[in-house]
Design a protein around this ligand. Structure first.
Ligand code: GTQ
Length: 343
């Protein structure tokens, strides 16, 4: 026996209609209700799988040899949150990951190994652990690693992309270059010399919403945090937290993803905050614990964890800790949606 209402709903669905009153409270919730859940990947546990991929497929065949960090709340979606993607990419000595471009913006955060390079806009940058590297939307980019005889070693980095956001927007385009590596037109360090010193070439006009600095070396970031931690009051929520900027605008380095680096002294017991941006964290130095809603994540260097939108977050640090993170904050701010609450 069906009720008249059930019959009516059935009829509606055949006409591609739906009654709002059934789903109103889910559609317009009193606070964000992300499907993504807090989750932690211990690097020690993931690394063997990453290395195994190196034995089973070449970078050339895979195009990008990456293990995607999939949020258990978003199975099969290649998403670490509703808007963000994260993956661990491996490039072995002598390999090339061929040149392509796509509308998705990408960041690389170097986890282990050095000497591999990314090329963007005709310039290469050599990777070291802790470096934050950008491949902007619709720019050709390829990755490579010197041969073992030339000192190449396996390099792993964290890929952060706005893939799920572009899925929601149906704004994805991609192309392959007709050669594996793009032509190199400028010496390494050129962009950094132009824009990395609080100066810019006199007649330069920005052509892009993304920072013209495409590699932010860890050495410099660490030095800034180190000095500030000695000069400055440690924020009770954030420790010492800096954001990476686009020197042309003072805004975030990328239009769709914000990036941050923060320092906490040993013994730090933080207060709780929430914010509407979902954030991916990776541990650069030190051990501590992240409390994210009901989850308790003890972490060590290179571990990765996700705090979905509006999760309650606080940190307790056993040692001096440095955390890198990225989030969808620029999008939320551009749309006037960003909120945070500090308890
Ligand atoms: O290196 O260009 O993890 O296009 C996913 C998609 C990396 C890349 C990823 C990509 C890349």
């Amino acid at each position: 026996m069906t009720t008249p209402r059930q019959d009516y709903y059935q009829t509606l669905s055949q006409a591609n209609l739906a009654p709002l009153w059934v789903s109103l409270s889910n559609l317009v919730p009193s606070h964000p209700t992300p499907k993504a859940v807090p989750a932690l990947w211990k690097y020690k546990e993931v690394r063997p799988y990453v290395m195994q991929a190196g034995e089973l497929i070449t970078a050339e065949e895979a195009v990008r040899r990456v293990l995607v960090l999939e949020n258990p709340g978003l199975p099969g979606k290649s998403s670490i949150s509703s808007t963000l993607y994260a993956g661990l990419q491996l490039i072995l000595p002598g390999e090339i990951a061929p040149s392509h471009r796509h509308t998705q913006s990408a960041l690389r955060f170097v986890m282990e190994g050095k000497g591999a390079w990314t090329a963007v806009n005709g310039e290469r940058t050599t990777m070291s652990p802790g470096d934050f590297i950008i491949t902007p939307s619709w720019r050709w980019h390829d990755h490579g690693n010197p041969r073992a005889e030339e000192g190449g070693e396996p390099v792993v980095w964290l890929d952060g992309l706005d893939i799920p956001l572009l899925v929601h927007l149906d704004a994805g385009f991609a192309e392959n270059l007709d050669q594996a590596s793009q032509p190199i037109e400028r010496p390494e360090g050129f962009s950094y010399a132009q824009f990395g010193h609080n100066m810019a070439p006199l007649r330069y006009t920005p052509t892009d919403a993304t920072s013209p600095i495409f590699s932010y070396p860890y050495e410099r970031t660490r030095e800034a945090l180190d000095q500030l931690s000695r000069f400055e009051v440690i924020d009770e929520w954030d420790g010492v937290k800096l954001r990476y900027i686009n020197p042309n605008t003072g805004g975030f380095a990328m239009p769709t993803m914000a990036t941050f680096m923060q320092f906490f002294p040993a013994g730090f017991k933080g207060r709780t905050y929430r914010s509407t941006d979902s954030a991916v964290f990776t541990v650069v130095e030190g051990r501590g614990t992240a409390y994210i809603d009901d989850a308790v994540f003890p972490f060590s260097p290179k571990d990765i964890f996700i705090a979905p939108s509006w999760a309650a977050i606080r940190f307790e640090m056993d040692e001096d800790v440095v955390l890198f993170s990225y989030s969808d904050r620029p999008v939320q701010q551009a749309l006037n949606l960003f909120r945070e609450f500090r308890e």
